[in-house]
Design a protein around this ligand. Sequence first.
Ligand SMILES: [Zn+2]
Ligand SMILES: [Zn+2]
Length: 274
Amino acid sequence: MLTDYHLHLRPDGAESAAAEFFTAANVERYLDAAREAGVEELGVSEHVYRFRQALDVWRHPFWVEQATDDLDSYCEFVRSTPLRLGIEADFIPGAEDRIRNLLEARDFDFVVGSVHFVGDVAVDDPDYDAWGTGGDPDSVWRTFFDFMAEAARSGLFDILAHPDLVKVWGPERPGPDRDPRFYYEPLVEAIAETGIAVEVSTAGLRKPVGELYPSRAFAEMCVDAGASFALSSDAHMPEHVGYEYELAVKLLDDLGVGEICVFDRRERRMEPLG
Ligand SMILES: [Zn+2]
Ligand SMILES: [Zn+2]
């Protein structure tokens, strides 16, 4: 089986209005693309910060600007389609209880947990650039993976999204000098302890870094730690559903991973991959 559990029905940015993209016709485009790509299970995971209810969790200026839609209307809409209902929820340290309240009040099939912001700055947004404020690469990388480890241990999420997103800029931002495995280590430990699913995402192939999330070295460490994997494209348009999945499947094959995670009302089961 192939799944795509981390996708968005619209491009990022406050100008992509819910009314325009949360429509049966748009979902049909994603389902067509999934059929084309041989992806059987499709789940949508809109960014939590696009919804007004997220402002109970965090009031970063970026969230305040983005939080225009109603979360319950989104859930209701997705339930009217064949898509699995998910959400991409940011991990905000210190806001665990507020995140839990928001998530538990809805019947998601799965929750994708991600770290974009390390404090008030982001690893993937030039407007809040984590490197732009004199942040040195060692501290950006360390903080990112510490937050991810906390996210895994929080028990809030089913899947860890783009687990090494911090590398997104590739050569466009300075990287740390050390072997990256040094940074992965605390997160891999948290993954081993909690059993949270690790996302293999082809989105990184469309970004300056030009490689899968996670890197091969990271994926190897996850496999050694007994991790389970979920498969995603992080599509923001139908054309990206199942994007470059051959590469993701090959990586998992090479590492001897034969099963992927499938979710239903936050229950996980394993299905043969491919
Ligand atoms: Zn993300
Ligand atoms: Zn996403």
